[in-house]
Ligand binder design. Structure first.
Ligand SMILES: Nc1ncnc2c1ncn2[C@@H]1O[C@H](COP(=O)(O)OP(=O)(O)OP(=O)(O)O)[C@@H](O)[C@H]1O
Length: 296
């Protein structure tokens, strides 16, 4: 008997889930013999439910929420022996992982994909004993996102992040960094490091346009300077998707990274505050099976 679990964050995306959930249950009921729904109440719940789906050998797990819920489910699936096929009905504001897989951001359209049963093997990242599927970032700009309060987000939306990021750029705080990768070692002063597995970072799809969710690589950018003339130079190349051609940007395509610094710096993991450096990150190549649109 086939069975699917829907893990839903009722608070995600202005509480859209109420309307969408019955449609998702109906669509999945036409594919699987049994559909069960688990509603999250707070941090960690989605990870627990995903672990339960592995232990009980569910065929599919469907995320209904934002990138936070996707990240929690990926952490539950981790390296469990049985990993259900993973589907995403995006309800959040950015939905980077869904974007990079070509999953429609309209939840109703995303439900339609499930019945086509097109499956793609996707990489996930492992950082120490945690998992991620999108991006790692180190530096003051990455840390600035934690300063954005809920009140600022409500009042200013994504502009709140822009303001905090701009403040961090003005302060200019480079840090000494050592990056060990597939091809050797990079040492120097950096302002920001971004290592992405997908072509969508914060909803922006031009940082690493060639990144594919199953290419086995962390597309790593080290920004070595943040002077005003450089920013003016970088922005057009960023918009054109050609940032890696810039002298002040080091681009490394690697399957593993080891980062060290003499300063107390934390890495931002999929948009949330993570662990302090040093850390080791690897790609688990084609590790998860995902429901994707037929064309991807
Ligand atoms: N019932 C709940 N009420 C409040 N918070 C919850 C609830 N369930 C889960 N959460 C927390 O909400 C976090 C963020 O959720 P998620 O990313 O799915 O939605 P979102 O914030 O709307 O999306 P986005 O980040 O794209 O805006 C989760 O990591 C989890 O810790």
């Amino acid at each position: 008997m086939s069975k699917a679990m829907i893990i839903v964050n009722p608070s995600s995306g202005k509480e859209k889930a109420g309307k969408i959930l019955p449609k998702a249950e109906k669509a999945l009921g036409e594919i699987f013999d049994e559909v069960c729904v688990r509603k999250t109440e707070g941090e960690g719940d989605a990870t627990g439910f995903a672990k339960e789906a592995c232990a009980e050998r569910f065929d599919a797990v469907i995320s209904m929420g934002g990138d936070g819920t996707v990240n929690e489910i990926v952490n539950g699936l981790g390296e469990q022996q049985h990993r259900p096929i993973f589907g995403i009905i995006p309800l959040g504001t950015i939905n980077d992982f869904a974007r990079s897989l070509g999953i429609p951001l309209d939840p109703n359209a995303a439900i339609g994909i499930l019945k086509d049963m097109h499956i793609k093997e996707s990489d996930i990242g492992k950082i120490n004993d945690r998992y991620f599927m999108n991006v790692l970032a180190v530096g003051a700009i990455a840390e600035a996102t934690y300063n954005v309060t809920v009140e600022q987000k409500t009042r200013l939306g994504s502009f709140a992040y822009f303001i905090e990021g701009a403040k961090a750029i003005i302060k200019k705080t480079p840090f000494p960094l050592t990056v060990e990768h597939d091809h050797g070692k990079w040492m120097g002063e950096a302002h920001l490091l971004i290592a992405t597995m997908t072509n969508s970072v914060g909803g922006f799809e031009q940082l690493a346009p060639e990144a594919e969710v199953n290419d086995g690589k962390l597309h790593t950018f080290i920004i070595k300077d943040l002077s005003l003339p450089l920013i003016v130079k970088i922005i057009p190349s960023l918009i054109r998707g050609e940032i890696m051609g810039n002298d002040e940007v080091e681009y490394i395509k690697t399957s593993k990274l080891h980062l060290t610094t003499s300063e107390e710096l934390a890495v931002n993991i999929d948009g949330d505050e993570g662990i302090l450096l040093p850390f080791q990150a690897n790609v688990l190549h084609k590790h998860l099976r995902l429901f994707v649109p037929g064309t991807k």
